[in-house]
Design a protein around this ligand. Structure first.
Ligand code: ATP
Ligand code: MG
Length: 437
């Protein structure tokens, strides 16, 4: 992509309304723009990252055995009347009336909708387990939308659902999602800690929030200090195998949100306990027959008797992750994208557009890197060299190749690693070989 043709409205000044670093950097890097409180337009750079995160989430859901579908954003109120949540949900729900005076709503989540799909089609225990997910926009009229995409009113969520014959079968689905979450956040370059969370009216041990430690997080959390150093994600997972040992090894290391943390009964010694803040990026939850019972989602068992199915739901805040990754990956000069979600792999900077040797070397590298399938953003604008380099640092691409008149006269370009700041001079051919093999 040529920067001269790319819509990248960067800002030099720090926007005053942004309270935390990810919000500031997303605005300054031209990733998004507020439309109204908690509602954003995703501009090309931000949308690029959002799609990459979504794709990693999708691949791991598929690997864990879930089928992707897509449910609507607008739902009929009647479904929510069946579960009893139409009245319970309160002001966070955006209620709409259509031209025929029918009550509708913009979905804040999809348990009712998915339960309706399930009960329409599934009759027998032989058709279980049921495993469906979608990645869709949600709307919650949050009392205090803030921190940019971290607490929006409109936000993108991956929500998966499971249907099983009993609690033990539901636990297998739960464990699959638990492990899929470890893998997903690991691939995103994040350390997300599964923390025992409030499990609502059903109780039990099957509710975990996945939380990234960050001072700007909204959750108050407690964890064993080993979580700060240990790496818990297995490289190759056999989802059909026994996942309980993986889950148990995580649960053996204490971590809990403040709702669940009980200082009087905490198994961790004071000296080993970390008390800090975190950002919730995912939540997995078993809730038994909470929706299946009132909505009549049942299957016939081997004995022919009908029973309500046991359900779980599993959410990931896809759009929140864009901000959460920036909270975890930035420095004083801007964003430092982990390679897996970087919008482009390389920023190719022509410091002196119009200089024949610079232009030729830059265009040649651009063409060859492109042919090798590498995502390159080439700065071919007439901006000052200092501004170009500052923009590249701000938008945080993992690598920069800097082409300047002095270097080119000596036959070299500079290759810079955004994360470490290390710079290395080499010939354009060597640079090409480094990235295109
Ligand atoms: P929170 O406690 O942060 O309000 P929640 O318990 O309401 O979260 P869930 O209903 O479990 O969240 O939704 C699943 C995921 O969706 C959350 O883990 C979070 O990552 C994301 N999420 C929830 N609310 C928002 C929001 N207002 N803006 C962006 N992401 C959100
Ligand atoms: Mg909430």
């Amino acid at each position: 992509m040529r920067l001269s043709r790319y819509f990248l409205p960067t800002m030099k000044d720090t926007p005053r309304e942004a309270e935390i670093v990810s919000h500031r950097l997303m605005l300054r890097a031209g990733m998004m723009q507020q439309s109204s409180a908690g509602i954003y337009s995703w501009l090309p750079l931000g949308f690029n990252v959002l799609k990459r995160i979504e794709q990693i989430v999708r691949e791991e859901q598929n690997a864990a055995g879930w089928n992707e579908a897509l449910m609507p954003t607008i739902q009929p109120a009647d479904l929510w009347r069946e579960s009893g949540r139409y009245d319970d949900y309160g002001k966070e729900m955006l209620r709409i009336t259509d031209r025929h005076e029918r009550d509708m709503l913009y979905g804040p989540t999809n348990e009712e909708q998915i339960t309706d799909i399930f009960r329409t089609h599934v009759r027998s225990y032989r058709e279980l387990p049921g495993r469906l997910y979608h990645i869709q926009w949600k709307f919650r009229d949050e009392v205090r939308p803030r921190f940019g995409v971290m607490r929006g009113r409109e936000f993108l969520m991956k929500d998966a659902y499971s249907f099983d014959v009993d609690k033990e079968a539901a636990r297998l689905a739960y464990n699959r999602q638990f492990v899929a979450y470890l893998r997903t956040f690991d691939r995103l370059g994040l350390k997300a800690i599964p923390m025992a969370a409030d499990s609502g009216p059903i109780g039990g041990d099957m509710s975990h929030e996945f939380i990234i430690l960050a001072d700007t997080g909204e959750s108050e959390v407690f964890c064993h200090k080993d979580w700060l150093t240990t790496d818990s994600v297995p490289a190759d997972v056999d989802y059909d195998g026994d996942l309980q040992p993986i889950v148990d090894s995580c649960l053996a290391r204490y971590a809990a949100t403040d709702e669940k943390h009980d200082p009087a009964n905490c198994p961790v010694a004071e000296a080993d306990l970390v008390h800090t803040r975190g950002i919730e990026v995912g939540h997995i939850f078993y809730f038994g027959t909470k929706y299946s019972a009132p909505m009549g989602a049942k299957v016939a068992g081997p004995d022919g008797k009908e029973a309500d199915v046991h359900m779980g739901s599993y959410g990931v805040g896809v759009s929140r992750l864009v901000g959460a990754i920036i909270e975890a990956c930035h420095d004083d000069n801007g964003i430092v994208w982990p390679e897996q979600v970087a919008p482009f792999h390389i920023g190719l900077v022509n410091l002196k557009v119009g200089d024949a040797a610079c232009d030729a070397a830059t265009e040649d590298l651009y063409a060859k890197l492109g042919r090798a399938g590498i995502d390159v953003l080439m700065d071919d604008t007439g901006d000052r060299p200092g501004a170009k380099l500052a923009t590249m640092d701000l938008i945080g691409l993992p690598w920069q190749i800097i082409v300047g008149p002095r270097g080119i006269a000596n036959g070299v370009v500079e290759v810079k690693n955004r994360k470490t700041g290390e710079r290395e001079e080499m010939t354009p051919e060597a640079a090409l070989k480094r990235f295109a093999g």
